[in-house]
Design a protein around this ligand. Structure first.
Ligand code: ATP
Ligand code: MG
Length: 596
């Protein structure tokens, strides 16, 4: 498929931001114009054998395959793939799988699916597999030996406690390790001993030799390699030493010819080491030049949502939700199942833009994007979520016993070409229980004895009362039909009514399970301060009702989205919905009513 398609098909004008400015400056100055690309991630010498890199810029989305992607990752995906597309570049999907313990192919597959679902494509001519950082372990080790040989790294055999104590802190410089002054030969031997399995887990680390008094603690001889006997999902037992993230990540970027490496703000303090390392490797001729640069942006913080993979896993493992794809989860699989569309998520991200300082986005912004995406295209349907029977007491007299009257409505009010839905009016109908009040509150325009309302797309009726059970619960609402008021017939509007209510016919309505989802947390910031997020769960985040829906919905397929008139946006559940046993999820209401 080649290069990326645009992330945003909706809002063509994209405001500038500091990341765009950085890219535009590099393009203007031709910073990366002379890079070569062999067609694969590779060291500097190999890249030089290839032609000039046709990609104007290269960005990457580098998830660690230790969980499912969430709405925060979507920001990074939209940003990296979006910028690459906008500037004639390429965005790589790279699994940052340098940590052997927590990674799993289940996560790898789901990440691939989610990136594709969001509408992005990383494939390039001759190369359709995502990249894997673990494929670079060989080069990383070579880079480690190079640093040792250049006198820029040493094997430290202090205990972890000593190392911590000697690091100093914000106000106090660190202390040199007694192993810091080892000769290059000795360091090389010890590094090889680490690699060859001659040392126990944790017995030593390879550290960069920079400055133990550096004001930035990340520059106080950071660890590059640790010993860890663990089976890796890609490399098996080939390695017993694994690179640290801070060492691995810049190298991954460099081997892939990344030009602009975008990450979240918490990595700002790592940037000096990113540059130190790549400067040294470039001087040694190991990587392409000029090397990539890191830029930081503010992560997405969304109210009522937590985006820590570890905590999301806790929700799944402890059964607070039904799984990673529970429609209340902010995972992309969960949001998809809930009915959020990829276009809505892209729109949401475009509207949020990128900034250099942290802030919160209100959850309603996501729902607004969803409505803006679905309103122009979602087919309409009527559904009664909390049904009570309505009996038209003069139906038999006016229309004849057992007769039905076909009514219709447009599939979409602005798209007549989509045709009409048909449903039957008759003596017995279903209406919302809340559409009848024996004693109407002030301003109530729906059914109460003596009041007239229109049944949408049908007739005007006048309420005559209701029957109740022994507990006073309304079992049946009664009304009489006013003749010659059918919607769309001449003179139908002669009788003015204040209320219009939705309904479905008892003869042709389809019973459906409707899952009314609400926010998973009851407070806007469940994971801040000293709150325990598990105590902030919203007890009403799921309510399941048996509803009656209009017959057109019998043909719905899993994943089809609708606007249920009055109620909001619903999707046929992609897992549980089957023909004959429909299941719909509420994505979002018609308007933002939550917490108000
Ligand atoms: P978590 O803390 O939930 O485990 P992570 O940042 O460790 O998330 P990674 O798989 O390492 O997850 O992230 C892949 C990319 O997604 C990184 O570049 C990271 O910065 C970005 N990312 C993760 N969360 C957010 C967020 N809330 N907003 C923007 N980008 C994010
Ligand atoms: Mg991470």
């Amino acid at each position: 498929m080649g290069y990326m398609t645009s992330a945003s098909d909706k809002e063509p004008l994209k405001p500038s931001n500091f990341l765009r400015q950085a890219i535009e400056r590099d393009l203007e100055q031709g910073t990366y114009a002379q890079r070569h690309w062999s067609g694969q991630p590779a060291d500097g010498a190999t890249q030089l054998q290839g032609p000039l890199d046709a990609a104007k810029i290269r960005t990457r989305f580098p998830p660690e395959p230790n969980g499912y992607l969430h709405v925060g990752h979507a920001k990074s995906i939209c940003l990296n793939f979006g910028l690459a597309a906008d500037y004639g570049g390429v965005c790589h999907l790279r699994f940052d799988d340098t940590n052997p313990e927590k990674e799993d192919t289940e996560y790898v597959n789901s990440i691939i699916d989610s990136v594709r679902w969001l509408g992005f494509d990383w494939t390039q001519p001759g190369n359709d597999k995502p990249y894997q950082a673990s494929d670079y372990f060989g080069f990383m080790y070579r880079a480690a030996e190079y640093l040792v040989e250049a006198g820029l790294a040493y094997v430290d055999e202090q205990s972890p406690e000593e190392m911590r104590a000697n690091r100093g802190d914000f106000g106090k410089p660190g202390t040199d390790s007694p192993f810091r002054a080892r000769s290059i030969d000795e360091n090389l031997n010890r590094l090889r001993a680490m690699k060859d399995g001659q040392m126990a887990d944790g017995a030593a680390v390879l550290r960069a030799k920079i400055d133990m008094a550096h004001p930035n603690i990340n520059m106080r001889d950071p660890a590059l390699y640790r010993i860890r006997r663990a089976t890796h999902h890609n490399t098996g037992d080939q390695w017993c030493i694994y690179p640290m993230y801070t060492f691995a990540h810049p190298i991954e970027d460099a081997l892939e010819n990344i030009t602009h490496s975008f990450c979240t703000l918490e990595f700002e303090d790592q940037r000096p080491f990113y540059d130190w390392l790549l400067d040294k490797l470039a001087e040694g001729g190991l990587i392409s030049q000029p090397h990539p640069r890191q830029y930081e942006f503010a992560r997405l913080n969304l109210t009522y949502v937590i985006t820590s993979k570890r905590k999301l896993k806790q929700l799944v493992d402890q059964g607070h939700v039904s799984g990673w794809d529970d429609p209340r989860m902010p995972t992309l699989v969960g949001m998809r199942r809930r009915g959020y569309t990829a276009a809505a998520i892209r729109l949401f991200n475009d509207r949020n833009g990128v900034t250099k300082s942290d802030g919160w986005i209100d959850y309603s912004v996501l729902d607004i994007a969803l409505r803006d995406d679905l309103d122009p295209k979602a087919p309409r349907a009527m559904a009664v979520l909390d049904p009570v029977k309505l009996v038209i007491t003069n139906w038999d007299e006016l229309h004849g016993a057992g007769t039905l009257d076909a009514c219709s409505a447009p599939v979409h009010p602005h798209h007549p070409e989509l045709g009409k839905r048909e449903f039957q009016f008759g003596k017995e109908l279903w209406i919302e229980t809340t559409d009848y009040e024996e004693v109407p509150p002030k301003g109530y325009n729906r059914l109460y004895p003596g009041n007239k309302v229109r049944l949408k797309y049908g007739h005007v009726i006048e309420c005559t009362g209701a029957s109740k059970d022994a507990n006073g619960k309304v079992t049946e609402v009664h009304a009489s039909l006013i003749p010659d008021t059918k919607s769309g017939t001449p003179g139908a509007d002669a009788i003015k009514v204040k209320g219009v209510i939705t309904w479905v016919g008892a003869s042709d309505a389809v019973q459906a399970e409707v899952r009314l989802y609400d926010r998973l947390f009851a407070v806007a910031q469940p994971d801040t301060g000293d709150k325990d997020f598990l105590e902030e769960l919203n007890p009403d985040s799921l309510k399941i009702v048996t509803a009656y829906v209009e017959p057109s919905l019998a043909a719905a397929k899993g994943d089809d989205k609708f606007q249920f008139e009055r109620h909001g946006y619903f999707v046929a559940d992609r897992v549980d919905h089957v023909e004959g046993k429909p299941v719909f999820n509420r994505v979002a209401g018609m308007k933002d009513g939550w917490g108000k």
